[in-house]
Design a protein around this ligand. Structure first.
Ligand code: ZN
Length: 390
């Protein structure tokens, strides 16, 4: 999920809009009793953030690319989104690629030893014949660039490949990604133009299953990468992956948007209802998972309550930050979770301070502190390494 600018503006006044991107978490925050509390009972060497985006213009020769539409006021939503992503990630516009990586490496260095971030590559949209469609893509992050960042900072990062399954070289690319250490596959079906139900995906699923490589797939609405067939994000489409024995992580637990219920005459229901139905199929107990990235966005609080309540799911949930979103100030407001009874009053100023210095620490601390009807996320939701590491 990326920034939905319309809804982001609504929370503007509560959080302020600009991340000051301070560096160097102060001692009083490092030694704060709440900091000790959020890390107690956690083995930090097992904490992998399973959902994070790479941002960059390609100015270092990385091959990263963003559509020029994002720079034009003829596409105001895209332009505002870009502003927030740049501010949220603390980018230097004259040096986008390198400043993105160095800021995130710095933030990671402040996390306890062993903490890692899984960085997503992002493939082009492709047509039915597997030809890339640059005009219809919003951004592109090559696999080679994601792998290169890991080679530069192996103590902080892992990488997630993104390969369009219709590509004539899809299987070769998957073999290469596996050999080069990719720990998962990332798809955003609507904007990449992937129908997960297409027979063209079959061989790709077989290969993923052979490698036991999970696919992290977006389900439900996608606000930031417009266009494409939103039906491709329908959680029910994942039957095709799951029935091929592929482990699937549904991003954000399908917490945004609506989809057609194919089982009930295409009645329109929330995507989360379909996520729930799929999670509750006994045959998928060891195959289907959800990530809780972006569930703290102010318009997702309702879903967090459901997910916290469903403690029978907790061993199948994985934490992700959806970085740089935790650094985008208008999107997440700790005060709101206090009003909803999910955070104590004393948590709010602590979280607000941490966030100015380190949005990934903020994201971790907030999710560790959230509580609903006496239920919290257990350590296993954060200790995701065993799921992804080969
Ligand atoms: Zn995302």
């Amino acid at each position: 999920m990326l920034v939905n600018a319309y809804t982001g503006l609504q929370a503007w006044f509560e959080s302020g809009h600009k991340n000051p991107c301070l560096a160097g978490l102060p001692e009083e925050l490092k030694n704060h009793p709440l900091m000790k509390q959020v890390w107690s009972g956690i083995d930090s060497s097992k904490v992998w953030d399973c959902h994070a985006h790479i941002i960059g213009s390609g100015d270092s020769g990385s091959g990263a690319w963003a559509s020029p539409k994002m720079d034009s006021w003829r596409h105001p939503i895209l332009k505002i989104q870009k502003y927030f992503h740049i501010n949220g990630a603390g980018l230097d516009k004259k040096n986008e690629d390198i400043s993105f990586v160095s800021r995130l490496a710095h933030l990671s260095s402040e996390m306890p030893a062993g903490y890692k971030t899984m960085l997503f590559a992002f493939d082009w949209s492709h047509d039915e014949t597997g030809t890339p469609l640059k005009e219809q893509s919003i951004f592109h992050i090559p696999d080679s660039y994601a792998a290169q960042i890991v080679n530069q900072h192996p103590q902080h990062f892992q990488w997630v490949a993104s390969i369009h399954p219709y590509r004539p070289d899809a299987i070769d690319a998957l073999e290469r990604a596996h050999a080069e250490g990719a720990v998962a596959m990332k798809w955003l079906p609507s904007s990449m133009n992937i129908d997960p139900a297409s027979p063209k995906c079959k061989q790709f699923y077989q290969k993923l299953q052979t490698y036991n490589m999970p696919i992290i797939s977006h389900v439900g609405r996608e606000s930031a990468v417009p266009g494409g067939n939103l039906d491709f994000n329908n959680p029910l489409k994942a039957h095709h992956m799951l029935d091929a024995g592929v482990r699937v992580v549904m991003a954000h637990c399908g917490s945004d948007g609506k989809d057609k219920d194919y089982d009930n005459r295409n009645k329109v229901v929330t995507s989360f209802e379909l996520f729930t139905r799929m999670m509750d199929i006994p045959a998928y107990e060891k195959l289907l998972f959800g990530d809780i990235s972006a569930t703290t966005l102010f318009n997702h609080a309702w879903v967090l309550k459901h997910v916290l309540r469903r403690s029978d799911w907790h061993h199948r949930l994985h934490n992700g930050t959806d970085y740089p979103l935790p650094g985008v100030f208008p999107l997440i407001t700790s005060k709101q979770f206090h009003r909803e009874g999910m955070l104590e009053a004393e948590h709010v100023p602590f979280l607000q301070e941490v966030r100015k210095y380190n949005p990934i620490m903020f994201d971790f601390a907030m999710k560790r502190l959230l509580r609903f009807e006496g239920k919290q996320f257990p350590a296993s939701v954060f200790e995701t390494r065993g799921f992804f590491q080969k």
